[in-house]
Design a protein around this ligand. Structure first.
Ligand SMILES: Cc1ncc(COP(=O)(O)O)c(C=O)c1O
Ligand SMILES: [Zn+2]
Length: 431
């Protein structure tokens, strides 16, 4: 059995996942300038990387998940854990038309020809709810189900608490699908200008919508404030931000593990990975997944990590530049690196306009460790990347979903190199 540890990368606090939800650091306090994010580590020979053709990532990579080892340490068998995942996945399929399956990741010659390097694409547009976001939340829900099945202390009163998320797009849709599948009530805090089609689908899925107007003189995002208020009143965080739902990162790591698996099969190693960044959970999950795959010997090296934000808002780039200048003690001096974007940003890639990159430190460390960079894409390159993505792959990807490709194309335009292998993720479908 593997040991697992959940520790705050900011203050060092540890959390026992049987008694406390590994979501928000217990020491997290407003304005203490510490970057509280709970991170899970698995230790021991049983945390093995699989060699398997199992199509469901949450079953294939179960030995890499906290929920699995928590289940096994508390009397559930391997079959029982797989049963929990299957039951939930079947319910997801009933709600959304499909369950979780390993998504395609392959080299795309037509796109490579246009970019001047060998380009690999991970296609998440066919994933549950039309984006990668549901991976993060499926991981969280499996953990909650394990708490219940093993009757662990953290399950006490759990079902009396509603789930809550602040989002107006893919994350909210993903949360609503998973919550519906688990028959768990969900509150979604959204801005007044959220798209009608999204609001309609959320309502169809049974989510309770809360429209959050900005009050005169109010500081901060009103949706986030509404969400925080719900948590203070007892709701469970069911979002995709590492600071609030630390365990959400692990479900996203399935992306990194799947990429590593496909590379192993192809006998290839990636040189570069370009990831679009909003709140940072996607990028940090991919990076951590790839690091764990290297540690397990599945691939030989972690690719250089390039993050991509828009000209509208690039708080991560600012943090990366500050870190490069003086990266000492960053976890305990958050405001010297990560500050909320001061103005309301706009971009065709509207899914990555978060005013803070919540998981910034993992990304800054990843870019530094691999020799990558924090890139900014302008509107023209975001539009062009989307055009090229559609033309060469036929995938109905959104501008947010193809934003990483804008960073890749700009980089290769400056320095083409047909020998380099670079990857992007088409993370969301056009709605
Ligand atoms: C399609 C899509 N891609 C990428 C992202 C960015 O993910 P993250 O906020 O975890 O950085 C989002 C976030 O909303 C998204 O909807
Ligand atoms: Zn902490």
């Amino acid at each position: 059995m593997a040991e697992f540890r959940i520790q705050c990368s900011g203050c060092g606090a540890t959390v026992d996942a049987a008694t406390h939800l590994p979501f928000r650091c217990p020491n997290a306090a407003e304005n203490d300038n510490i970057d509280h994010v709970l991170v899970r580590t698995l230790i021991g020979p049983d945390a093995t990387f699989p060699d398997s053709a199992e199509p469901n990532p949450f079953i294939r990579y179960r030995h890499l998940s906290l929920g699995y080892h928590l289940a096994r340490a508390n009397g559930l068998s391997d079959d029982q854990y797989v049963g929990i995942v299957k039951e939930l996945d079947d319910a997801v399929a009933t709600v959304d038309g499909k369950g979780f399956r390993i998504t395609p990741f392959a080299s795309v010659p037509a796109l490579s020809d246009r970019c001047g390097g060998e380009v690999w694409v991970k296609n998440e547009t066919g994933n549950v709810s039309g984006s990668h976001k549901a991976r993060h939340l499926m991981g969280v829900m499996i953990y909650l189900r394990v708490l219940e099945a093993a009757n662990l202390p953290a399950a006490n009163g759990l079902r009396d608490r509603r789930l809550a998320i602040a989002s107006c797009g893919n994350a909210a849709l993903a949360a609503a699908v998973i919550a519906r599948a688990a028959d768990w009530p969900l509150d979604v805090f959204i801005p007044p200008d959220a798209e009608d089609s999204v609001k309609q689908r959320l309502a169809e899925l049974g989510a309770q919508l809360h429209i959050c107007e900005r009050q005169p003189g109010q500081m901060g995002d009103p949706c986030y404030l509404g969400f925080r208020k719900a948590l203070e009143a007892g709701s469970l965080s069911f979002g995709v931000q590492g600071n609030e739902t630390g365990l959400a990162i692990e479900g996203g790591q399935t992306l990194g593990w799947e990429m590593a698996d496909a590379l192993r099969q192809a006998g290839a190693d990636l040189d570069m990975l370009f990831v679009q960044v909003g709140g940072g959970a996607l990028g940090s999950a991919c990076y951590r997944g790839l690091v764990e795959a290297v540690e397990a010997g599945v691939i030989n090296r972690v690719p250089k990590l390039f993050t991509v934000q828009t000209k509208g808002a690039y708080p991560l780039k600012k943090a990366f530049d500050a870190f490069g200048a003086d990266g000492k003690n960053a976890a305990r001096n958050r405001s010297a690196y990560m500050t909320p974007w001061p103005t309301e940003p706009h971009s065709v890639a509207h899914g990555i306009l978060d005013d803070e990159t919540y998981d910034w430190l993992a990304l800054v460390e990843g870019m530094t460790a691999t020799g990558g960079d924090a890139l900014i894409a302008d509107e023209e390159s975001l539009r062009e990347a989307n055009r090229v993505a559609r033309e060469t792959t036929g995938i109905d990807v959104s501008h947010t979903g193809s934003a990483g490709l804008a960073g890749l194309m700009n980089t290769f335009r400056e320095k083409p190199d047909a020998d380099l292998k670079a990857a992007v993720l088409f993370t969301g479908i056009e709605r």
